[in-house]
Design a protein around this ligand. Structure first.
Ligand code: SAM
Length: 278
């Protein structure tokens, strides 16, 4: 793998901040991430934001097939040449915005493994997309800004615990893969990164409309973090007032003056069941 700075300079290009372009510049770290993700020859991988191929080249050696999605057209030619120069033939480059990619079309009936060093500005949206489409996904190995990974992993009651923690802990088993220092990227970002693995559960309590409603309840509860649940659940798209909210909370066995960050995933599930049947 050629150093990202060298590749960009050769083509007179620069990294685009708005696309979150901080390229992993250390092949050993890239290899370690791919090894720990335990990709095998039976797997089809969807890589989000392939960039200059730091993860792609290592994943290609392990997987049956890689669909490498990259929004920036400028990088596609460089990556095509890079892959060709090392004789990699099982990577299909897709010059597309990840939000326009339908994961169902890629797996041909088999569940995908998602891999990516995510652009930090779209990380949460990508997560929500993966959760929505998780029937097509076995697991995701993703690099995030460390603070965001900590929010996903946070336990109930802590400062970092929020909407992302509840949603991701509801539908996946979360494992730490590695912490990665900023000095291993080009250009060097201000922040540290963390790679985590999200293995999606085969089944969850809710699906379809009921699950959409569950996600709405979580969003409403955390919309006014400092307020009590009685007040945060009222006056938003749940369409209930604070008196009804208090009644529903009591009926679920939750004190209406508690705050959202004190509710664990199971309590959110119970609360949704009561709200749904009101
Ligand atoms: N995987 C490479 C690596 O580890 O060095 C690049 C990672 S860089 C943090 C994120 C990559 O995602 C960039 O190449 C960027 O152009 C690409 N990207 C940004 N927004 C995207 C989107 N909406 N869809 C697909 N790729 C995107």
């Amino acid at each position: 793998m050629t150093y990202p700075g060298t590749l960009l300079r050769k083509e007179k290009l620069f990294a685009k901040k708005e696309l979150g372009q901080n390229f992993l510049a250390d092949p050993k770290t890239a290899e370690m991430i791919v090894n720990r993700s335990k990709i095998s020859k039976n797997d089809t991988v969807l890589e989000i934001g392939a960039g200059l191929g730091a993860l792609t080249v290592h994943a290609a050696k392990k997987a049956a097939k890689i669909y490498a999605v990259e929004k920036d057209k400028r990088l596609i030619k460089i990556l095509t040449d890079e892959l060709e120069s090392v004789g990699i033939v099982n990577v299909e480059l897709i010059n597309q915005d990840i939000f326009k990619v339908d994961t169902k079309e890629l797996g041909f009936g088999r569940k995908l493994i998602v891999l990516g060093n995510l652009p930090y500005n779209i990380s949460s949206q990508v997560l929500f997309k993966l959760v929505k489409e998780r029937n097509n996904i076995k697991k995701a190995i993703l690099m995030f800004q460390k603070e965001l990974a900590q929010r996903i992993q946070a336990s109930c009651g802590g400062r970092d615990y929020g909407r992302l923690s509840v949603v991701m802990q509801y539908c996946s088993k979360i494992k730490n893969i590695a912490d990665i220092g900023g000095h291993l990227f080009f250009p060097k970002p201000e922040v540290e990164s963390r790679v985590i693995e999200l293995s999606f559960f085969e089944t969850t309590c809710f699906s379809g409309e009921k699950e959409d409603f569950f996600f709405k309840v979580i969003k409403a509860a955390f919309s006014k973090r400092r307020k009590t649940l009685r007040n945060s659940l009222a006056g938003n798209e749940l369409d209930i007032d604070s008196k009804t909210a208090a009644q529903i909370l009591k009926q679920t066995g939750i004190d209406p003056v508690r705050r959202a960050e004190t509710l664990d995933v199971n309590e959110f599930i119970d609360l949704t069941r009561t709200l749904w049947s009101k």
